[in-house]
Write a protein of this length. Structure first.
Length: 205
């Protein structure tokens, strides 16, 4: 079986990749996140995902790098540096729509081939009071998340609707990942041979 490596310290990305039922290792990819200010959001997250995928030192298999940002009214929101910035971010997001961009890069170690892409999801927040924002920030949940909220956690109570891939908002669009892995010659379903035959229809029927 192909060896998978997730070049990310994000517990959310680890949890999402684990949903696919494939064994993988995790390495923390510390990279320079300085990029040109005028890069379009999609290109920005792809650039950082590529840096992370290339930074991982492994000998074989596929390395997965990813990066997520939130865009609201043309402003880029990454992870808040402190509670005050988290409050400011959420105050900007409340009562309006924003876009979540996640770039994904899959590197085939043996020959250096890269498959790269990004996903965009629109998230609409309901109107939220300052008191609600401060109480949420006090939980600590927003502090390591782009845009200062967790769609899969308590932050879900602020979300009115989502248009697009939910997993993208969490940090790893699984359908996009599957397509990029396939471009590298790895089909996720083919790797899950342990599941073949459990359903009513087998691949040979």
């Amino acid at each position: 079986m192909v060896r998978l490596c997730l070049a990310s310290s994000s517990p959310r990305r680890r949890e999402l990749l684990a949903r696919l039922g494939l064994p993988f290792t995790v390495v923390s990819a510390e990279v320079d996140e300085a990029v040109a200010d005028d890069l379009p959001p999609g290109q920005l997250v792809e650039t950082l995902a590529i840096r992370k995928a290339r930074a991982a030192r492994v000998e074989e298999g596929l390395v997965i790098g990813a990066d997520t940002v939130v865009i609201c009214r043309g402003r880029i929101f990454g992870k808040p540096r402190d509670a005050a910035e988290a409050v400011a971010m959420l105050s900007s997001l409340q009562g309006t729509s924003h876009q979540v961009y996640t770039g994904v890069a899959v590197r085939r170690v043996e020959d250096g081939f890269l498959a790269v892409g990004h996903e965009v999801t629109t998230v609409r927040f309901r109107p939220v009071t300052r008191r609600e924002i401060e109480l949420y920030v006090a939980t600590g949940e927003p502090m390591d998340k782009a845009g200062a909220y967790a769609a899969q956690g308590l932050g879900a109570i602020f979300i009115d609707r989502i248009e697009g891939c939910f997993f993208n908002v969490v940090g790893l669009p699984l359908a996009k990942l599957a397509a990029l892995m396939k471009a590298c010659g790895v089909d996720i379903l083919s790797l899950r041979k342990d599941l073949i035959g459990r359903g009513r229809i087998s691949p040979n029927d």
